[in-house]
Structure formats: structure tokens, C-alpha cells
Design a protein around this ligand. Structure first.
Ligand code: TRP
Length: 337
């Protein structure tokens, strides 16, 4: 640890409820950081970014602003420690984005591995919305508007944060030292597999267990989990490697000795998938049920949540206005100051 001031900023796109992959990939990290950096922790609901590929679906984005706020609050993000705000309501971020657009080439954006993968998933090719192609630039503005230097994200976001550091370097070179390079922080299990065992857990792939799922839904989803297709009869020897149920038990089951024993038994033969799946459903229910209950009590008062976001946004704007003043001075566009 250094004694220089550390400021944390992180956020979610409001496009759906959060799931276990978000929990292991970033929320656990957020909880730790909000404790260590109380007062210097910003949590942003990235509605502008969500609109870059949902321009035709503003209802979805609007509705999910509350959902992601609830998910984070339910997990323990605490508005007395974290400044929680809505991106679109801080216009300075958009202003800074415009200035940063001049510092990055289109070729560079097209090479960004995260953007490339997402463009392929969405089938954009050359018809990519300019705002989507440029989202790493607006994400740099999200972060640098608050002079944040620690950014907890999922592993897939690393190339986006690299873009931020390139912008920091260009800006400082052209206009004088203004921003600091940032450090990404990746969660412990950054790439949680989906229930299908084929890909990372994702809202869009239908392989997610949500932090708001009921006990029954959790059970149903666990029952469909990919195990070992060669393990047909209980007495057949089974494979542990690549078996999603075991990879989840490794992450979420605290009784490691018992899991090791179960693995040995499974490999030998004589242990059925259903027994394992019931155990996993129980473990996940234990993790999710307090979150779900907290979420339900918060969801009973949506106005309170929106008021909290309004206050957080007001506070965020104090910082953002200050930064933009500084930026305009450096860029020599502070005519009336
Ligand atoms: N792109 C991030 C995601 O999809 C969300 C996000 C927007 C973000 N702005 C941010 C994360 C700034 C960290 C910092 O998960």
C-alpha cells in the first residue's frame, strides 16, 4: 500500500439483473474496497453506455437502473460509504468523452479485443453504432472524471481499461500532467462458467443464476447443469474436470474436505449427479437467500432507492464539475473563467 490517495470507481450497465458471475467477478471485490476506501468509492449505473447497444430499447435501460441498484445494495454496497450515481445525470462525463474522442483512432477502437468480441456477438460488422465502438472512450471519461485510480471490473473489461491508460498518457502529453494511470482489479473467480458449462455466465446466453432467483429457480437451474455426459449410471466413474457442478462447489462450498471426498467418490463411481446437485443448490441458496431477502425489502420502497441515487448524483457532480474546470483550463478552452 502506498499513502497516495486511492479512489475507486466501478459500475454496471443496466441491461438486466445481476448474477453469480457478477458476484464472484466484481461484487465481492467492491465490498472489500468500499470498506477500505469509504468516502472515496464511486459506483456508477452506466445507462449511457447501456444505450450504446440498446438505443431502440430505452424502457429496458430505464427499468434496469433500479434493478442493478437493488442488486448492489442487497449485496451490501452502502450509500454511506459509496457514492452511487446515474451516468446520464452527470453531463460532465459526456463532455469529457467528447474531448477524449480526439485522442483515439478508429483503427485502435476496432482492434480492442473486448469491443471486437462484443461486436461479433451482436453481429454488427461495419454497421456498428459509433457510440458503441467508442464506449471504451466514454468509459475512460467515467473513470477520469472522478480521478479514480482503482477500477474493479470483470476480466473481459481489461482491454477497455488499457484504453483508459492510453488516454491518460495522451492527455498528459498534450495538455500537461492531469490524470493518473489507473489500476484494474479483477475478482477472484473472474470467469465464472455458466450453468451450460460452455461459456462464461452471461445475461444474454441464458446460462445465469441471478442474485434475485428464488430457491425453486436456483434448484431448477442447478438440475440442468452440465456435468459429465459419460456419467450415465450412478456406478459409472465420472469426470470432475470440466464438470460445472464441481467447479461451482470448488468456488462456493466452504467445506473443502467434503468436496475433496466427493470428488474421489465421483471419480471412482457410485455417486450420482442428483446428490451433488442437491448439495450445490443448498450451498447457493445459503449464499443467495440473504441477498434476495434484503433485495425484497429494498424493492418495497423504490422511491427511497431513487432518492438515494439522486443524492449520490448530486455529490458526484461536485467532483465532476471540478474536474471539468481543470480539464478546460489545461485545454485552453476556459474563455470565461
Ligand atoms: N463496461 C462495464 C461493464 O460492462 C460497465 C462500466 C461502465 C464500468 N463504466 C465503467 C466499469 C467504469 C468500471 C468503470 O461491466
Amino acid at each position: 500500500m502506498t499513502d497516495k490517495r486511492e479512489i475507486v470507481l466501478t459500475g454496471d450497465r443496466p441491461t438486466g439483473k445481476l448474477h453469480l458471475g457478477h458476484f464472484t467477478g466484481s461484487i465481492e471485490n467492491r465490498l472489500k474496497l468500499q470498506k477500505e476506501h469509504a468516502g472515496n468509492f464511486f459506483y456508477m449505473i452506466a445507462d449511457v453506455q447501456a444505450l450504446t447497444d440498446n438505443a431502440d430499447n430505452p424502457e429496458k435501460v430505464r427499468n434496469n437502473v433500479l434493478e442493478v441498484a437493488l442488486d448492489n445494495l442487497a449485496c451490501g454496497i452502502d450509500p454511506t460509504k459509496a457514492t452511487m450515481f446515474i451516468q446520464s445525470q452527470v453531463p460532465e462525463i459526456a463532455e469529457l468523452t467528447i474531448f477524449f474522442l480526439n485522442l483515439v483512432t478508429v483503427a485502435r477502437l476496432k482492434q480492442n479485443p473486448t469491443v471486437k468480441t462484443e461486436m461479433k456477438q451482436k453481429g454488427y460488422a461495419e454497421n456498428v453504432p459509433a457510440g458503441f465502438l467508442a464506449y471504451p472512450i466514454s468509459q475512460a471519461a467515467d473513470i477520469l472524471t472522478f480521478h479514480a485510480n482503482l477500477v474493479p471490473v470483470g476480466e473481459d473489461q481489461l482491454p477497455v481499461l488499457e484504453q483508459t491508460n492510453e488516454i491518460v498518457d495522451s492527455f498528459n502529453r498534450l495538455y500537461g500532467k492531469t490524470f493518473e494511470r489507473i489500476k484494474p482489479l479483477i475478482g477472484t473467480h473472474a470467469r465464472l462458467l455458466g450453468t451450460d458449462g460452455k461459456a462464461k455466465m452471461s445475461k444474454s446466453l441464458g446460462n445465469a443464476i441471478h442474485l434475485s432467483d428464488s430457491r425453486k429457480i436456483i434448484e431448477q437451474k442447478v438440475m440442468t447443469m452440465y456435468t459429465d455426459p459419460g456419467h450415465i449410471h450412478v456406478n459409472d466413474p465420472g469426470k470432475v474436470k470440466g464438470n460445472v457442478v464441481f467447479s461451482y462447489l470448488d468456488i462456493f462450498d466452504k467445506k473443502k474436505d467434503e468436496v475433496d471426498e466427493l470428488k474421489a467418490q465421483y471419480k471412482k463411481g457410485g455417486l450420482g449427479d442428483v446428490v451433488l446437485k442437491k448439495r450445490l443448490a443448498g450451498v447457493l441458496e445459503e449464499l443467495i437467500s440473504p441477498i434476495r431477502e434484503h433485495r425484497e425489502s429494498l424493492a418495497a420502497n423504490p422511491k427511497e432507492v431513487m432518492d438515494m441515487l439522486r443524492e449520490g448524483t448530486k455529490k458526484a457532480r461536485k467532483t465532476s464539475q471540478h474536474t471539468l474546470g481543470e480539464v478546460k483550463e489545461r485545454m485552453k478552452i476556459n474563455y470565461f473563467a
